[in-house]
Design a protein around this ligand. Structure first.
Ligand code: M6R
Length: 613
């Protein structure tokens, strides 16, 4: 949600900000704007709609200069409109601000400012910030003092970037709570600020992430960090291992298609440095897990939202099966409201691609409050879910730009499989033979993924036959039941087709009434321990005239004889089968959406990072 880019340096800020905002489009937005200092005056261009509209405005009326700040807005307070789009200028035109988050006490602050004669020109909460800064400046405070005073007055989780024509040699950036991150990038005589790394990756890989309640003063020469109270903080600079090309679409039509195909490589990266095949041992050093901790854990709550939650459903089964530790999967948005039973021997394991999802972070905080050990599996380096955890597993998949999560679904499946083996090994409950067999299976996964993805053309043909469907039912059992949920979510979020998923055994308790020739049924029937059960479900669906699309293992003539279409996968060890069975379903959803001509990477109403509750 909302994207921010800032630049200060000798170059023209406008194209740098525009390109940065384009790299943040995946976050979801409905208006865009930028402000640049041109000949000592702040110029603003902004409007509702996509970045192409902003580019049009800039062609009609260019701005050249620096520093500059830009924003893509996902509306919360006030509709997407030119007045509500960021950046917001103060009354004098000397201060300008962009903002992610919600100023919870904005009504109260607005009333106070109005009483003093301030005229508000938008419906946003953001506008209070700029007026407060101006108010403090006019009382004689410097920009940083005025900004800090303002940040102390506002309530809620907020990320703010601002600049002033009166002090043009700096940009101020602040992070107050969990409204998404802010990364500061170091260039040569120039500096950057952004909501996420891809926005600045083409310029620098040297970055630092602001912690909550930190304020950065960014100049061409570097950055000074202070707490909200003005206490100096030593900057912690790190190097991002991501390749700038990772954030490019390349020859693919959409980021989603590229990211689906990246999975053979991203799964190799997921294993890299973690698996010792000779000794059959797993190393997850950032998790800070030792034998004493492993032995005292008596319960694991996996918590996550959306696709990450479905990955967690698979993880529950793997951890219980391999490590024999009672494990539950809890939806992030529910966890903190149901008073979960937690003690110091409980682990709360959060899974999040962005590491910024507000509900998942709140679930982690609930675990922290009740004394649990907090772990996370996260893709976005330096994100909040990574930093507030006692230990983490980095997904190592590179940036995921498409709103529909794909490679950040398969990586945590493998991460949880590795975690389950490590836990069992440290607890001394895994015999050598089983451990060696489980670890050896990991080696097969990248190749199996590559082989499955090479069958894209077959999936595309099936997608053509389904392009006009209005509804679809996904069925799975056991370890592949969460894959039915994930397949249905992929289809609904990018194709806008109504798709429902059920544990196949539930069919006879109601949903079977839906089946007729207009209700295609996607049935997950790989050769896993639930195979026979799925065969009988397929028979039942066929008996009611349903059109069946089966995900089946190469050579499975029985399933092929019953199904209308088969999405073939190579034979895969069953505990890792979800990593492979999901691939044709990702491709199916992708191609149905692409054939329908939809905006695959930025589906309507969705944001990549959901930073509000
Ligand atoms: O960044 P997170 O993994 O925490 O995001 C969680 C969900 O918002 C996310 O998985 C969402 O369901 C995706 N759009 C699914 O494709």
């Amino acid at each position: 949600m909302c994207g921010i880019v800032g630049y200060i340096g000798p170059r023209d800020a406008t194209p740098i900000i525009l390109n940065g905002l384009k790299r943040l489009e995946y976050r979801g937005y409905d208006s865009a704007g930028l402000a640049v200092l041109q000949n000592g005056k702040i110029e603003v261009r902004r409007d509702a709609g996509k970045l192409s509209r902003l580019e049009e405005l800039l062609r009609e009326s260019p701005i050249v200069g620096a520093p500059g700040i830009g924003h893509t807005r996902w509306a919360t307070h006030g509709a997407p409109s030119v007045q509500n789009a960021h950046p917001h200028l103060g009354q004098s035109g000397d201060v300008v601000v962009v903002h992610n988050g919600i100023v919870e006490n904005f009504l109260e602050l607005r009333d106070e400012l109005r009483a003093e004669g301030t005229i508000f020109r938008s419906e946003t909460d953001t506008e209070t910030i700029v007026h407060l800064v101006e108010h403090h400046q006019s009382a004689g405070l410097s920009l940083i003092e005025a900004a800090r005073r303002t940040f102390q007055q506002i309530k809620g989780a907020n990320v703010i970037v601002l600049m002033s024509a009166r002090e043009p040699e700096k940009i101020i950036a602040a992070r107050l709570g969990n409204a998404g991150g802010i990364v500061v990038g170091f260039g040569d005589g120039e500096m950057f600020a952004a909501s996420d790394i891809p926005a600045i990756l083409e310029h620098t890989r040297k970055v630092l992430f602001l912690e909550s309640r930190q304020v950065a003063t960014i100049t061409c020469q570097g950055v000074t960090i202070e707490t909200l109270e003005g206490k100096p903080v030593q900057p912690q600079v790190s190097n991002v291992p991501w390749d700038p090309v990772a954030a490019e679409k390349g020859a693919y039509r959409h980021f989603m298609q590229k990211e689906i195909h990246e999975q053979a490589r991203s799964l190799t990266d997921t294993l890299a440095g973690r698996v010792e095949f000779d000794t059959a041992r797993i190393r997850l050093p950032e998790l800070n897990l030792d034998a004493a901790l492993a032995r005292r854990i008596n319960k694991i709550y996996i918590t996550a939202c959306g696709t990450a939650a479905y990955a967690g459903m698979v993880g529950k089964l793997l951890i219980e099966k391999i490590a024999r530790i009672p494990t539950e999967m809890d939806i992030g948005s529910e966890f903190r409201y149901r008073d979960p039973i937690i003690d110091e021997n409980t682990v709360v394991l959060a899974i999040s691609q962005s590491g910024e999802t507000a509900d998942t972070l709140a679930a982690m905080e609930e675990g922290r409050r009740k004394g649990a050990v907090i772990w996370s599996i996260v893709n976005a380096i330096g994100s909040q879910a990574m930093r507030i955890a006692d230990g983490y597993i980095s997904m190592q998949t590179g940036p995921e730009i498409g709103v529909a999560s794909t490679k950040a679904f398969t990586a945590p499946l493998v991460d949880q499989y590795m975690l389950a083996i490590l836990l069992a090994d440290l607890r001394g409950t895994l015999d050598d033979k089983t451990r060696h067999a489980l670890v050896a299976d990991l080696r097969l996964i990248p190749n199996l993924a590559g082989r499955t993805l090479s069958r894209e053309a077959d999936v595309e043909l099936v997608a053509h036959s389904l392009k006009d469907i209005r509804d679809c039912l996904y069925l799975g059992r056991g370890i592949n039941m969460p894959i039915a949920y994930e397949g249905a979510l992929k289809l609904k979020e990018i194709s806008y087709v109504h798709a429902e998923a059920y544990p196949a055994g539930e069919m006879k308790h109601g949903p079977i009434a839906l089946i007729d020739e207009n209700m295609p049924v996607v049935a997950l029937a790989p050769k896993d321990p639930w195979y026979e059960k799925m065969v009988s479900q397929i028979q039942q669906a066929k008996a009611r005239g349903g059109k069946v699309i089966a995900v089946a293992t190469d050579g499975d003539e029985l399933t092929a004889s019953m199904a209308d279409h088969v999405l073939w996968i190579p034979e895969t060890p069953w505990m890792l089968s979800p990593v492979i069975t999901v691939l044709p379903l990702q491709l199916l959803a992708y191609h149905i959406a692409a054939i329908r001509g939809l905006d695959v990477d930025q589906p309507r109403n969705l944001a990549k990072s959901v930073t509000v509750e």
